[in-house]
Design a protein around this ligand. Structure first.
Ligand SMILES: NC(=O)c1ccc[n+]([C@@H]2O[C@H](COP(=O)([O-])OP(=O)(O)OC[C@H]3O[C@@H](n4cnc5c(N)ncnc54)[C@H](OP(=O)(O)O)[C@@H]3O)[C@@H](O)[C@H]2O)c1
Length: 248
């Protein structure tokens, strides 16, 4: 493979922001490694983008050892990566003590374990190449601990903390790390949130997935690690941080 080949890996590429990351990275890349469980959706995306970029699909459940191994193999065989987008995610909604523990463990597995495994595999190649981009898709929920989303918010707070520390460790390598912290975004995410009524959230609080992804990519070389798209979301995040500081 020529060292000029620009490669991205996007997890959770079968819908929502992951699919939009693929669409918007298509112009910057020669190859996109698209990972998710629904292989048919990945294939449809590959067909959609066929005249812009090569999409290599990896149908894998990143909550399993086999799935992570498949993604790591693709990273090593089809890379090295210039862009790693750790986007795959989901949430449950409800009081922690009432929720099935497996779903909570799966959130930690997907948001935390899979993310650090892929970063650990990608970074040495990026360092060798003299640069790269890592986007860890977090959430505004990382700034707003509250009822119903305890483990979800905690995994996203992990991603923020981890991304900030990783960027500090990678200073001078040319690798940019971002924790993207979207607010309410129109995707398939809320379909799985039992007990959550989208209609309760004012329309002006919602953003389009493509808009959030565009804000992420626009901020990529800005030196900013925590990226909160949307002025209203930024204000909410700042309020959340102030409340935490006031509790000290
Ligand atoms: N939408 C929002 O309001 C919002 C707000 C803040 C943060 N976020 C974050 O944004 C990210 C993307 O979510 P989205 O909003 O675009 O929702 P989405 O449309 O539901 O997309 C989630 C993606 O994650 C993949 N995924 C889920 N479990 C997986 C697993 N075990 N293994 C591999 N892939 C898996 C799904 O693919 P398969 O089902 O095909 O596996 C899908 O492609 C998530 O990390 C989410 O926490 C969303």
């Amino acid at each position: 493979m020529s060292s000029q080949t620009i490669v991205a890996m996007v997890t959770g590429a079968s819908s929502g922001m992951g699919a939009d990351f693929c669409r918007q990275l298509a112009g910057r890349c020669d190859r996109i490694i698209a990972v998710a469980r629904r292989g048919d959706r990945l294939q449809a995306l590959a067909d959609e983008l066929a005249d812009q970029v090569e999409v290599y699909t990896v149908a894998a459940d990143l909550n399993t050892v086999e799935g992570v191994t498949r993604a790591l193999e693709a990273l090593r065989q089809r890379g090295p990566l210039d862009y790693l987008v750790n986007n795959a995610g989901f949430s449950t909604y409800g009081l922690f003590a009432d929720l099935d523990i497996q779903g909570q463990r799966d959130m930690v597995g997907l948001h935390v374990d899979a993310t650090i495994s892929l970063c650990r595999a990608a970074i040495p190649f990026m360092r060798e190449r003299g640069g790269g981009h890592i986007i860890n898709v977090s959430s505004i929920g990382a700034f707003l601990p509250g009822r119903g989303l305890a483990v979800y918010g905690a995994t996203k707070a992990f991603l923020n903390f981890y991304s900030l520390a990783l960027q500090a460790e990678l200073e001078g390598t040319g690798i940019a790390v971002q924790a993207l912290c979207p607010g309410y975004t129109h995707t398939e995410f809320h379909q799985a949130l039992q007990g959550f009524d989208k209609g309760q959230v004012p329309a002006q609080m919602w953003m389009e997935s493509a808009e959030v992804v565009a804000a992420s990519l626009a901020a990529l070389d800005s030196g900013k690690v925590l990226v909160v798209p949307g002025e209203g979301n930024l204000e909410l995040a700042r309020t959340g941080v102030r409340r935490q500081l006031e509790g000290l």
